[in-house]
Design a protein around this ligand. Structure first.
Ligand SMILES: [Zn+2]
Ligand SMILES: [Zn+2]
Length: 969
């Protein structure tokens, strides 16, 4: 037996030597080819490693020898096979080298052949692996090293298809874990069974070796019968425990060979050979065959895919499109042909995505293939994502359904989703597609996949699609912190109308409002910022203010919280301000209760007090703006303030003493708003002193460098200062004030409001005035008379009242009067005495007759429903004074068509002016120039007044009627 062993070992060594020689030649042949043919170089490099492996087999001979005898003979046959393969490969290389035709034509066939050789070689190496299990571990390590090297090279070079494929496939197989249990099992069965009695029936209970041949293309050696060297179909045990193909061992036995082929033990002592079927091994082989058939089919499909991939070329679009069609069918029918995009299939992705640039290419087929490749694995998705195809897909997704489908598939991968979301206008495009019925669902799913990224979710809101944002925000799992960061993102983006509509979500708004009153500063501030943004939209604003009755109270309490951070206070103020600014529509009957709170006396009083406590001028200004808005929006809100003189103290203090000029300015605006809104005088507080307050207004009024609005506002307030206070009068009645008011009245672009303010202030100054001041005012007479015709009703009224004040001032013999007289004469061109005052005219402060004020005053009488008419009556009345000729006055009034005007007022005017009219008519109807037709009408009116419910008017009219009737009859 030892001799036999020795012979066999020699034979095996010979085989090894020949194989090494063959590969050496192959390598030499490959290396003579020019560097240019890279793939051959790579093939050759791989062969060097294979050679290395083979050479290393020798030192392990001893190890091989102690294993089973059969493995040696198999090893030898395998080595012979590998030698043949090496020779074939060398033949290919040699032919290639010798060929005269352009190498490009040979390229493909050489490539194919070498690839075939590589496959064969690694298959055989695989068998070597199993034949020499101990040694396999070394091959394994070596193969890993090769794989590692090849990976490095792959990074350096892109076109090393073949070499890489060879190495990778080799690695794939060799690195597969060797199932130790299987190994032990097989060897235990074959070696131990020799001495002990065979126990084949217990074998099937052995652990299943299934895992060991996943993806195995080559059967393990123990599947082969050592007699036939073929795969066994019906493996049987002989008594010594060795296994053979039933037919083979029966033949062997029938030929008279009575000893076991392997161990030389007697097979049977009789003529009958006792065989026990190895069911376990038979099933094992069957299973392998089945599996292998599947693997082969898969391999074929992969090979077909590789072939089709080669047919894709930009040069021949027709062939390319045919290949694409086939490829798509192949991918649908045999999805397993797609694999992880390593090696050549990554090129396939490149080729396919590249084709999308060509109009002639069958885009649908390309997308169909890409879709299936993407579906295969995350790695593939990422590769497609990296190929720069996303923008194209987005652009086409409106029209090409498959483009969107592919996007959806790609977006399943987080990395690619991030890329898609980051592509310019992607989200806006996808959101637009939500409106297209046929693709809406797919687009929604893509967006859903993108929504794991907060930025993208917010961008969707920006594009008008809010569902993912709201879902995440409202999710129970969302923490306060999550919500805060969502709100922060939301605050950064612009909102449009659609988005605003979609954000009208009860739960969202409820949570936002709740966050306003929570303890966390960041929640408060984030919520404030978002609400601020949303109030710009009617629908959202209504939601916040009408339905969420907590918003305004929360904001107010935030404002009144002294511990709140300045920024929060600031935001709350801004919010309330914008609420107030846009609330005109809400001040109707359906105005919610929260608004009452905002405009309530208690609230405004608290806000006024806050002016004192706010340290930050910006916040002070906002607060004043808010107050201004509140007073502007609601008349009622300021009413009580006129009876609560100290409520305004903070406003006056700010006006008088605040360091910030803008704060002072806004305090002025608020005060002006209050003053203008109410016709009564505004009360001054006990602090600051009235002198300092009035001086402040005067200072503003007389400061020519100020804005005209400020000056006008100061004048407006001065017009409402309390009367009858000597110290106030003294401050006001100065030539500076008068000069400023005069300037204001003649201001070029004056508005009615400005003129009314100036006249109001002038009127206030002429009340209880010293003569000296009135003399100065009287210089303005021409301007004032003109205003009687040109001013607004309110301006006319003020002017008339000023004239009333001037006309009632009696002459005195002061020296100042002398000066005045001279002055007056200067502007009265003729300087003659008038008919009404006679010679006394020159002694008067003003003369309304010579100033031509009678006509405009008579005209003013007809301005009903305002104080103007009454004021005009009042002024006209001064012309019936004791020093006046009432006959001349009547004539002057009648000349100005007064009969007609006054009768009109008597007929249709308000009650107080009807008294006035009746009074005046009583004074003038006796005059000869009173028109007779008007007299008739007067009689008629007096008559009809007898039916009046107003007793006093009725009796006055009755007296006049009797007088009139007695006179005419
Ligand atoms: Zn045997
Ligand atoms: Zn006069």
């Amino acid at each position: 037996m030892e001799v036999t062993m020795g012979v066999l070992t020699n034979l095996r060594d010979d085989a090894l030597t020949r194989a090494v020689d063959a590969i050496t030649e192959l390598i030499e042949a490959s290396e003579t080819i020019k560097q240019k043919e890279d793939y051959i170089m790579r093939f050759s490099e791989q062969m060097i490693y294979v050679k290395d492996l083979l050479v290393k087999l020798k030192p392990h001979q001893s190890m091989a020898a102690d294993s089973d005898f059969s493995s040696d003979s198999i090893l030898r046959s395998l080595l012979e096979r590998v030698e043949t393969e090496f020779n074939k490969a060398r033949e290919v290389v040699n032919q290639y080298r010798a060929s005269r035709c352009p190498r490009i034509f040979l390229y493909r066939s050489v490539l194919d052949k070498l690839e075939q050789s590589s496959k064969e070689i690694y298959h055989i190496l695989r068998l070597l692996n199993f034949a020499q299990l101990n040694y396999a571990l070394n091959i394994n390590a070596k193969a890993k090293a090769i794989y590692g090297k090849s990976k490095e090279r792959k990074r350096a070079s892109k076109d090393g298809d073949l070499a890489e494929q060879v190495v990778e496939q080799k690695y794939e197989l060799v690195s597969e874990p060797v199932d130790e249990r299987l190994h032990n099992h097989i060897f235990a069965e074959t070696s131990n069974s020799g001495s002990s009695s065979p126990s084949p029936r217990t074998s099937p209970s052995s652990p299943s070796p299934r895992t060991s041949f996943d993806e195995i293309g080559i059967p393990p050696y123990y599947f082969f019968c050592t007699l036939t060297r073929k795969l066994m179909e019906d493996p049987v045990y002989v008594p010594c425990g060795h296994i053979f193909e039933r037919e083979a061992i029966e033949d062997y036995f029938s030929q008279g060979k009575k000893l076991c082929h392997l161990c030389k033990e007697e097979l049977s002592s009789t003529e009958i050979l006792e065989l026990t079927p190895n069911i376990w091994l038979r099933n094992f082989i069957l299973e392998w065959k089945e599996k292998n058939a599947q693997i082969m089919a898969d391999l074929n499909a992969r090979k077909k895919l590789t072939d089709l991939s080669r047919r894709i070329t930009k040069e021949d679009m027709k062939s390319t499109n045919d290949a694409l069609q086939e490829m798509q069918v192949l991918m649908i029918e045999t999805p397993c042909c797609i694999k992880e995009t390593t090696g050549s299939s990554s090129n396939l992705i490149g080729k396919l995505t590249d084709l999308l640039k060509y109009k002639e290419a069958n885009t649908i087929a390309v997308l169909g293939c890409l879709l299936r490749i993407a579906r295969f694995s995350d790695g593939n998705k990422e590769k497609i994502g990296r190929s720069g195809v996303i923008q194209w897909l987005l652009n086409e997704s409106k029209t090409v359904r498959y483009a969107l489908e592919l996007l959806l598939e790609l977006s399943e991968n987080d990395k690619v989703a991030k890329k898609i979301g980051g592509t310019k206008t992607s989200i806006a495009t996808l959101v637009t597609l939500l409106n297209k019925v046929d693709v809406a669902e797919t687009s929604r799913n893509v967006l859903h996949n993108l929504s794991s990224n907060l930025k993208f979710t917010t961008m969707m809101v920006n594009a008008g699609y809010c569902i993912p944002f709201l879902e995440q925000f409202n999710a129970h799992g969302s923490s306060e912190e999550d919500r805060v960061s969502m709100l922060k993102e939301l605050a950064e983006i612009p909102l449009n109308e659609t988005a605003a509509n979609n954000l009208e979500n009860e739960s969202f708004i409820g949570t936002l409002t709740k966050m306003l009153s929570c303890n966390s500063h960041s929640s408060k501030s984030a919520s404030l910022k978002c609400i601020k943004k949303m109030l710009a939209f009617e629908g959202l604003r209504t939601r916040f203010l009408m339905n969420e009755r907590t918003t305004i109270p929360a904001l107010l309490s935030l404002l009144k919280d002294d511990t709140a951070e300045q920024q929060c206070t600031h935001d709350a103020l801004e919010l309330l301000l914008s609420v107030a600014q846009t609330s005109q529509n809400l001040e109707l009957d359906n105005e919610p209760a929260v608004f009452h709170e905002l405009f309530s006396r208690d609230n405004i009083q608290e806000l006024l007090e806050k002016i004192k406590t706010f340290a930050n001028p910006k916040n002070k200004i906002l607060l004043l703006q808010l107050l201004l808005e509140l007073f502007q929006k609601s008349d009622a809100s300021g009413e009580w303030i006129l009876f609560e003189s100290n409520a305004m103290s903070p406003l006056f203090s700010a006006l008088v003493a605040d360091e910030n000029s803008e704060v002072r300015m806004y305090a002025l605006k608020v005060l002006y708003r209050i003053a203008r809104q109410h016709s009564t005088d505004i009360p001054l507080p006990t602090f600051p002193t009235k002198e300092s307050i009035v001086s402040s207004f005067v200072a503003i009024l007389t400061d020519g460098n100020r804005k005209i609005e400020a000056i006008s506002a100061a004048a407006g307030i001065i017009g409402h200062l309390p009367t009858g206070d000597q110290s106030i009068d003294e401050i006001l009645q100065t030539s500076n004030v008068l000069k400023a008011l005069e300037d204001l009245m003649s201001y070029e672009n004056r508005s009615n409001e400005l003129q009314e303010n100036a006249l109001g202030a002038l009127l206030r100054c002429t009340k209880h005035s010293k003569l000296e001041f009135l003399i100065q005012v009287s210089k303005l007479l021409p301007t004032l008379v003109q205003l009687l015709s040109t001013g607004s009703p309110l301006a006319k009224k003020c002017t008339a009242l000023i004239l009333d004040n001037l006309a009632q001032s009696q002459a005195s013999s002061s020296s100042s009067f002398q000066r005045l007289s001279l002055h007056r004469k200067a502007w009265m061109k003729r300087g003659a005495a008038c008919s009404v005052h006679g010679s006394g005219c020159a002694q008067r402060l003003v003369c309304l007759v010579t100033a031509k004020a009678v006509q405009p005053l008579v005209d003013m009488v007809g301005i009903m429903d305002s104080g103007a008419s009454e004021a005009a009556f009042s002024v006209l009345d001064t012309l019936f004074g004791t020093d006046c000729d009432s006959n001349a006055t009547s004539a002057a009034i009648l000349e100005s068509r007064g009969a007609w005007q006054i009768l009109d007022v008597l007929e249709r005017g308000a009650l107080p002016v009807r008294f006035r009219a009746l009074d005046l008519l009583g004074k003038i109807y006796n005059h000869p120039s009173f028109p007779s037709d008007k007299l008739k009408r007067f009689e008629g009116v007096l008559f009809s007044l007898q039916n009046s419910s107003e007793a006093e008017l009725k009796s006055k009219a009755k007296v006049l009627l009797i007088e009139l009737v007695s006179k005419t009859s």
